[in-house]
Design a protein around this ligand. Structure first.
Ligand SMILES: [Zn+2]
Length: 277
């Protein structure tokens, strides 16, 4: 049995502030050890539950935050950027039985610690077939095309609530409780590691691959905080304007949808100015 761990940082233990997740800052250096602790706890729990292989895919920012040297030696990790499936890279080879979303967070324009969808601020909302979507929801639809169940979700309490929509069966661990976008009631890494390890062990029983889901077509609608960003996004083939600061794109598969989404975020990032956005 092989488990994939998609590891994002905003939902990690102790993390509540932009500098906590910004590579290169002293706060990030401190928080990456707590992020590593969360991920390693999941790894240990999956092996406790009977997994033979655990592959971690770094999914935050430059995708080089986790401390490889502190992980259980049975685990392997994909580090670095530019991967065809981005946050869920590794799921496409037909050998993954279950996936964990560790350190996830709520979507742009909603409540939650460090809530956003891909871009920190420029995207103010994302909708998938008319339903407001977080990264967790988008990625859950991607992995469904490979027949891989989401078996564990960790993050703040609102992330766990959000996951009820896209992975009702998955085990969930709230490592902190939301107070504001930049504040939370945090539990210590020792405690959250114990909680994550226990939940991952239980979640291993849910790692049963199913028939790949063909649920298309998928319409992704994005809203930006400035009009010029919507205009920039329409450079991507298939992406059209739909209302003020909004664009839409319809794809037959989630694979195509997430890749179009990635193209949009890349183009839009290049159009954001430091002061005015
Ligand atoms: Zn994220």
């Amino acid at each position: 049995m092989k488990i994939l761990v998609s590891a994002d940082m905003e939902g990690a233990t102790g993390v509540t502030w932009p500098a906590d997740v910004l590579p290169g800052t002293p706060q990030w250096e401190r928080c990456r050890t707590m992020f590593t602790s969360d991920v390693n706890a999941a790894v240990l729990g999956f092996f406790d539950g009977g997994a033979d292989e655990v592959l971690i895919n770094e999914a935050h920012w430059t995708m080089r935050n986790l401390l490889l040297e502190r992980l259980d030696e049975r685990a392997e990790m994909i580090t670095g950027r530019h991967k065809s499936l981005s946050m869920v890279e590794g799921v496409q080879h037909g050998d993954v039985d279950g996936i964990a979303f560790v350190g996830y967070h709520t979507g742009a324009g909603t409540e939650g610690v460090l809530a956003h969808t891909y871009l920190a601020n420029s995207i103010t909302g994302v909708w998938l077939n008319g339903v407001r979507a977080s990264e967790g929801m988008l990625n859950a639809h991607v992995v469904a095309e490979y027949g891989v169940p989401v078996i564990l979700v960790t993050g703040d309490d609102l992330t766990c609530e959000d996951a009820l929509q896209y992975a009702p069966e998955a085990r969930k661990v709230a490592v902190k409780d939301h107070v504001s976008r930049y504040a939370a009631v945090c539990r210590t890494p020792t405690r959250t590691a114990a909680d994550i390890r226990a939940a991952a062990k239980d979640a291993t029983a849910l790692a049963v691959r199913y028939e790949p889901v063909r649920g298309g077509p998928f319409t992704v609608e994005l809203e930006f905080d400035a009009e010029h960003l919507a205009a920039a996004a329409t450079v991507v083939p298939g992406v059209t304007a739909c209302g003020e600061r909004r664009v839409t794109c319809t794809s037959e598969t989630m694979y195509e949808a997430i890749r179009a989404f990635k193209a949009v975020t890349t183009i839009v990032s290049a159009a954001v100015e430091e002061q005015y956005g």
